[in-house]
Design a protein around this ligand. Sequence first.
Ligand code: KG4
Ligand code: ZN
Length: 368
Amino acid sequence: MPATPSPATPSPAVPPVAADPAAAVVPTGRGRRTLLLGIETSCDETAAAVVARHDDGSFEVLSSVVSSQIDLHARFGGVVPEVASRAHLERLDPVVAEALAVAGIRGRDLDAVAATAGPGLVGALLVGVSAAKALALVWDVPFVAVNHLEAHLFAPLLQEPDVAFPLLVLLVSGGHTLLLGMDAPGAYRVLGRTVDDAAGEAFDKVARYLGLGYPGGPAVDRLATSGDATAIAFPRSMLHDGLALSFSGLKTSVVNHVRRNPDVATADVAASFQEAVVDVLVHKARRAAAGIGAVGMSLAGGVAANRRLRARWVEAAAAGGLRAHLPSPAYCTDNAAMVAAAGLWRLAEHGPSALGCGVDPNLSLADD
Ligand code: KG4
Ligand code: ZN
């Protein structure tokens, strides 16, 4: 990943094809709304959701089903791509059926089907995209390819219809750590990013080293509540270096500290490590928010479920006179409701995607 922030660029996400977006809006008993089935299979969660977009642009989640593969990957200490693809194949049909049943609709009530087309594991992505295209053909509705990173940015909009812009978004997941300026849905600027490990990756690697299992983030989060966050002064890497972030040195510091102090309390290591990560994330986010004149600060991505980060985020926003946006933890980690919301917005603004479009394991958010 490049070390320097990228210039302002509107996100192309997934290229649309020409179409009449209004054609997908169907009047229903509850007024005009567009109903879309979202599918997410980019990594180790098989997920499907039915979400409605109302004429005022607000979203309504009718169902959101997530089948986690944690049990399958835990013994390997991380996600095994081939195991993930097979599990998606087995689980996707029942997960879609459940999403429709919970929403109380039939496939032919839908106006469109969307799926994550990247970034992610290529085999895993193909399962979701192929299924979504097939369902779109069967139900004779448009297909929409969704960028997984953009989907994470829609998580706050799922629950809060009145989000004001510009917004500073910290997108922290297993594969990405991005500071973004969001001027509107679809208009993103990458302000900063990690030069090495993603924040979630650091949580997972440290947890693995400490023997806390997989996935590491939730395990560290839990253990940290019984530890002393001031016990060990781990480094705050690149704290004063613009908006770039780095976590691999911190991970090495944790390993070195535990080697030199084998009797150290694991809870203190977890709490001190977590505090170092959160300190840097919050510090940089505040600076980035000030730099773009943001009116709000939003968290997104799996690490946004971290309780210490959420608490510090609220404090930081209040200190800066900004609104804090915190999607529910279930909408921070991978889910299909966020994919459906991004798909609904793309459909309305840009129309359907071509059925011939493929998946892109390295899809980026901005054209950088
Ligand atoms: O967004 P996500 O579900 O999948 C990706 O797109 O990567 O993020 C997964 C990451 C993992 O690294 C996981 O350890 C981390 O989010 N994570 C957490 C917490 N819950 C999930 N990290 C810290 N604290 C948590 N509570
Ligand atoms: Zn994700």
